[in-house]
Design a protein around this ligand. Structure first.
Ligand code: PHE
Length: 463
């Protein structure tokens, strides 16, 4: 018996689910940290350029591939590649995507678990106590990371939440949760942003972010901005292929992709405005920018009136953003089993989720012993020791760019022009920018992403 394939109930369901996938730790944790390290301004402009010229066209491509084939990545490439140059070789791109989803989910849930611990500590008043102690957060965080059982506990809870949502399927699980959580995320973010405008550091934060000084821009910064545009938009592994496959034909792909990219970018910038306004208000020196979110920021929250409340909401925001992302990661793997192996959703989610879970325990334990605060470089550009660091390094530096590169090549050079155009215009009407999009996907995206890959091969400096 074949089960009926899931579908979003409407346009809003798709947009919220896809925006929920895009907005995650990449926006709230990673972007502020790399924007800070690369001195804002010019870096922000390059990042926006990367999203517009590379990210957006690839997102359009992924949704086209998904909706055209009505299948998740492996099936999509198999079906659309049939009889075309390269033929079944393209299936490998889909398999790489599933593997990437597997790997990212396993370590992403570890970081996401930290936010649960912080919410609880905010509510219980413990964050306040740490804030009062000298180097309270630094010392706490080091100990917390090295505590394997504690890491495994929060990781387990987060994975269980993810499995619990995906289990209920596209409409009753993913869409329903996105419709509740994503608006909550926006509301908390806007409230915090309004609050940020009242702080002393707001002016300085805006100058830092939006006044470019191009002489400070390094080649490494440009590559970092490009690489990050993939991660933040959930591109290069077929998350958008999968979500696109549940989209109805009467909705416009270009409009949806534009909305998702704009939301994702706006939220990354808002996160910076919030964090930098608060941090600059107290002229705090950020010693280690990669842990701003868990060590510097909570300290600052408690210099403000209502620190417990602000921090509880803040970590809730991060947890919600992470959950709507982990859901999409698991859905890519689960939908592979459903579409290709003909498993039931129940079986797919439990078996795949369970396997990823067991694998991820390695990451949860990987901070033990010698791992110190100063050594972690989450979702970073450099290889760091340990399972967590290695997986992250592989996924962000290799799997996503290589996947994105292949997706661009496939859509630009293998998929027939008329098929791409037909899918793009279905639900949209004549698409005036079709030639522009096609030029971006055939030439600009492969060249730019190719450059990222070459520079990784050559071991270019990312700092
Ligand atoms: N886009 C998510 C973030 O910014 C991460 C992610 C990557 C989710 C790839 C799904 C697929 O945190």
């Amino acid at each position: 018996m074949t089960q009926q394939r899931g579908q979003w109930s409407g346009r809003l369901g798709f947009i919220l689910a896809a925006a929920g996938s895009a907005v995650g730790l990449g926006n709230l944790w990673k972007f502020p940290y790399i924007a800070y390290e690369n001195s804002g301004g010019a870096f922000v402009i390059v990042y926006i350029g990367a999203v517009a010229l590379v990210g957006l066209p690839i997102m359009v491509s992924e949704i086209i591939l998904g909706r055209r084939s009505q299948l998740s990545p492996v099936g999509a490439f198999k079906k659309l590649g049939e009889g075309r140059p390269g033929g079944s070789l393209w299936t490998g791109t889909g398999i790489l995507g599933v593997l990437t989803g597997f790997v990212i989910l396993s370590y992403y849930c570890v970081i996401a678990g930290w936010t649960l611990r912080y919410i609880l500590m905010a509510v219980g008043g413990h964050l306040g106590e740490l804030a009062a102690a000298p180097d309270g957060f630094g010392a706490y965080f080091d100990g917390f990371l090295a505590d394997g059982p504690q890491q495994t506990l929060w990781y387990t809870v987060f994975m269980a939440l993810t499995v619990g949502v995906v289990y209920f399927g596209v409409q009753r699980g993913i869409e329903r949760v996105a419709k509740v959580l994503v608006p909550i995320l926006f509301a908390i973010l806007i409230a915090l942003a309004v609050y940020a405008t009242t702080t002393d550091g707001f002016g300085r934060a805006m100058t830092f972010l939006f006044r470019p000084s191009f002489h400070e821009l390094s080649r490494g910064a440009i590559l970092e901005a490009l690489g990050h545009s993939f991660f933040t938009l959930s591109l290069g592994m077929g998350a958008m292929i999968t979500y696109g496959s549940y989209m109805k034909k009467q909705f416009s792909i270009p409009r949806a992709a534009l909305t998702i990219s704009l939301l994702d970018t706006a939220i990354a910038l808002l996160a910076c405005v919030i964090m930098f306004s608060i941090i600059f208000s107290f002229d705090l020196e950020v010693r280690k920018s990669s842990t701003i979110l868990f060590t510097t920021l909570p300290l600052v929250f408690f210099k403000l009136p209502g620190g417990s409340v602000i921090s509880a909401f803040f970590y809730l925001l991060v947890a919600v953003a992470a959950l709507t992302s982990t859901i999409s990661l698991l859905e890519v793997v689960a939908s592979f089993a459903i579409d290709q192996l003909r498993w039931t959703r129940r079986q797919a989610v439990l078996v795949m989720g369970g396997t990823i879970y067991v694998f991820g325990v390695l990451s949860a334990w990987s901070f033990g012993g010698s791992a110190k605060l100063s050594e972690i470089n989450l979702i970073g550009r450099e290889s760091t020791a340990g399972v967590f660091g290695t997986l992250d390094y592989l996924a962000s530096n290799w799997f996503l760019p290589v996947g994105g590169f292949l997706i661009a090549l496939f859509t630009g050079w293998v998929l027939l022009r008329k098929d791409a155009q037909a899918e793009l215009e279905e639900g949209h009407g004549p698409f005036g920018f079709f030639a522009g999009w096609r030029a971006l996907i055939r030439f600009v995206a492969p060249l730019v992403v190719g450059a990222i890959i070459v520079s990784v091969i050559l071991g270019a400096e990312y700092q």
